[in-house]
Design a binder for this molecule. Structure first.
Ligand code: GLA
Length: 416
């Protein structure tokens, strides 16, 4: 796959200059993601295998004196102002919560430790990660705002500079720790109980690599994809993810319940990650039926991720595809987080010759599917998805043929 750079949008720079009177000091770009396999495993301490896609959220920013943050969301044509001293007081749009949460936690968990204080910021936000489509536009916003708040304080973490400026201080903050901070911002300030996968891949994505992440230890490996003649195609159901947050939290509770029950036989387990399929089979009959289905799915999916990574390394792409298909079946029938539209998309895709694997991706209940497709059938794939999905659901899908891009970056050279 091709190497791609974030596209620095001239509109963004012009808008910034018009609003704030000078060009931005830097532009941060953080990508969305698609998960190849390992769904609903991150909050069970399990394994995931996502990639960063070449769709980005950009923040153009400069420091401003004082403690106010002035924001403009270009694509929504919405302004917001809040004070770092009183983040709860102002009546700001919903997307502002992400920035407020990140700012608060950066101060508490990072800056206080190095004797620094957050500074005011002027910023314009734009991007092309579809919002609410399960491609992690929220994680991209959190990660980009974390780097922007650090940037206005003259700070940067070591893996994000395109070319660092002379007067910038690199701080010792592992990307996985910054990802955990972003996750906490979403959990505590936005009220979504999401896991660690999305901000981690947004920070640690690498062109043409997928991230094999152990969500317990946060150890990771960037695995080369080597997808010669294969394209990554994302299909958007264009169905709003109505149930996503309530059902998502319910699944988490069901998994925790399973662990609690099984602790009577296996006292040392703390999450489903600790349960092998073999042990599970001994006790599953004792679990309530729903709990049983949910736990079995997670335990099997963890094994699938490990097998998929081995298959990829062994260049056995067909096994990789089969595992993707099986993952979808599990999400549909056992974990029950799919929906008719996602099932229609996967059904059409899996029946096209030259499609290696197809599954829903992300939290579910709408959003997108991820497909690995041989490049010579991509056109047929697009035509058939457009036609048959529209016929069967009455909804027009969106199709994105994506490249696997790099993780979040800060670019200090905004003048050119
Ligand atoms: C959402 C969450 C992630 C993960 C996926 C499901 O994207 O933000 O943490 O749990 O759902 O795999």
């Amino acid at each position: 796959m091709m190497q791609t750079e974030p596209i620095f949008n001239d509109n963004l720079k012009n808008e910034f200059t018009t609003r704030f009177g000078s060009s931005p000091e830097f532009i941060v770009s953080a990508p969305g993601r698609v998960n190849l396999i390992g769904e609903h495993t991150d909050y069970n301490d399990g394994f995931v295998f996502p990639v960063a896609i070449d769709k980005y959220l950009h923040i153009a920013a400069s420091p401003r004196s004082g403690r106010q943050v002035h924001l403009y969301a270009l694509d929504m044509n919405e302004e917001a102002i809040f004070s770092l001293d009183a983040p709860d007081e102002s009546d700001t749009p919903a997307w502002c919560k992400y920035l407020k949460g990140v700012a608060h936690l950066l101060q508490e968990m990072v800056l206080s430790n190095i004797g620094q204080t957050l500074q005011g910021m002027s910023a314009v936000i734009t991007g092309n990660v579809p919002i609410g489509a399960g491609l992690s536009s929220s994680a991209a916003l959190e990660v980009a705002s974390a780097l922007a708040f650090l940037g206005v304080c003259g700070l940067e973490i070591s893996n994000t500079g395109v070319e660092t400026k002379a007067d910038i201080t690199l701080i010792e903050l592992p990307p996985t720790e910054l990802a955990a901070l972003c996750q906490r911002a979403e959990n505590e300030f936005v009220g979504v109980n999401c896991g660690i996968m999305d901000p981690t891949i947004s920070l640690l994505g690498k062109t043409d690599h997928a991230l094999f992440l152990d969500c317990r230890t946060l150890g990771y490996e960037q695995v080369p994809l080597n997808l010669t003649d294969i394209l990554l195609v994302i299909c958007n159901t264009n169905v709003k993810r109505e149930l996503a947050s309530s059902e998502y939290n319910k699944r988490r509770t069901e998994c925790e319940r399973g662990v609690e029950i099984m602790q009577q036989w296996m006292p040392s387990i703390t999450s489903l990650r600790d349960v092998s399929l073999e042990d599970f089979k001994k006790y599953e009959a004792e679990l309530p039926q729903i709990t049983q289905k949910r736990c079995r799915y997670v335990i099997e999916e963890n094994t699938r991720v490990q097998s998929a990574v081995s298959a990829l390394i062994a260049k056995d792409i067909s096994t990789f595809g089969t595992l993707m298909n099986e993952s979808h079946t599990g999400l549909r029938d056992a974990y029950e987080v799919s929906c008719d539209e996602l099932n229609v998309l996967t059904d059409i895709a899996q029946n096209i010759d030259g499609v290696i694997g197809a599954r829903m991706t992300g939290a579910g209940f709408g959003g997108c599917t991820v497909n690995l497709v041989y490049s010579d059938v991509v056109e047929t794939f697009q035509n058939r998805i457009m036609k048959e999905y529209t016929q069967r659901t009455g909804i027009e899908p969106d199709i994105y043929v994506c490249n696997v891009g790099d993780g979040a970056r800060i670019n200090w050279h905004t003048e050119s």
